[in-house]
Design a protein around this ligand. Structure first.
Ligand code: ZN
Length: 281
């Protein structure tokens, strides 16, 4: 399968420029100043290695998220052994860290491991959740300070109850509520759950708008190639539920954006997703 799925997006860097043809009559220079003030470093907060590729692989390749882009895997300390390949927990951890770095090279992100223990509580454990959220908030706060982060990206679980994904989302929203100038962007929690992209979403009392990123078969192939960076973890069902069909040979990923910056993001998507070859370092 790997040999059939080659990245189709050329690896070129480009500058983002806006020509507000339908918007207010601003000179291009003025518009660029506004965008420069709005955008800023983005930290993709991935509960596990492989989540970002499954949730937003195409959008990351297309450069939809403001740059520079950092990716942190929260539960990167493995406690699992893989029987089939006879790997001990520490070997599993090493393999997954390598895969995270490979994925980050593909999408032009800088990788950070948070090294919390990867274990899955079978039931909702309130004490553990409080502890985990507190730990993650503190570590994210330090990363936000160090890298001047303006956007955190986390999954919005809807219908599934993946504890790790929920605590990561709760931590990001809690931190953003404490800090000014930090926004949270939400993704669909693929492959576990899918939000209805036609309806607004509410999180932490804020209205979120869907920014739908559409792509065709080439884009889907490119997304699958990012998922295959995680070759030790790929499962066939991942590869069939990683993009939402939205028409004949059309697929989509959805980024949920706070209402006050929704328009700017839609403009950015329109520019970048319609010509995905314009990005990817
Ligand atoms: Zn996950």
């Amino acid at each position: 399968m790997a040999s059939n799925i080659a990245p189709t997006i050329p690896r070129e860097q480009s500058q983002i420029s806006c020509s507000p043809s339908n918007g207010p009559r601003l000179r291009r220079a003025d518009w660029n100043i506004i965008l420069a003030a709005l955008w800023g470093p983005t930290l993709y907060v991935s509960a596990h290695s492989d989540d970002a590729a499954i949730e937003m692989g195409f959008s990351l390749l297309a450069g939809i998220l403001p740059e520079p882009l950092f990716l942190v895997t929260v539960f990167s300390r493995s406690t699992h052994t893989v029987i089939q390949h006879s790997l001990a927990a520490r070997q599993v951890e090493a393999v997954r860290l390598r895969e995270d770095r490979r994925f980050c090279r593909q999408v032009g992100a800088r990788f950070i491991a948070m090294r919390l223990r990867d274990w899955l509580p079978r039931h909702r454990i309130d004490a553990w959740r409080r502890l985990a959220v507190g730990q993650i908030v503190r570590r994210l706060d330090a990363l936000v300070n160090r890298h001047g982060i303006r956007f955190l990206v986390v999954p919005f679980p809807s219908g599934s109850a993946h504890h790790h994904h929920e605590v990561v989302r709760d931590a990001a929203l809690e931190l953003a509520a404490r800090r000014t100038g930090l926004s949270v962007l939400l993704t669909n929690d693929l492959p576990y759950s899918v939000n209805d992209p036609t309806r607004p979403l509410f999180a932490a009392g804020q209205r979120y708008e869907p920014v739908v990123v559409e792509f065709g078969p080439d884009g889907l192939s490119a997304k699958l190639a990012t998922i295959l960076a995680y070759e030790s973890q790929c499962r066939p069902h991942y590869l069939t539920s990683v993009a939402i069909p939205c028409g004949p040979c059309r697929y989509s990923e959805t980024l949920w954006v706070p209402q006050n910056i929704g328009r700017a993001f839609r403009k950015r998507v329109k520019q970048l997703a319609c010509c995905p070859g314009s990005h990817v370092p």
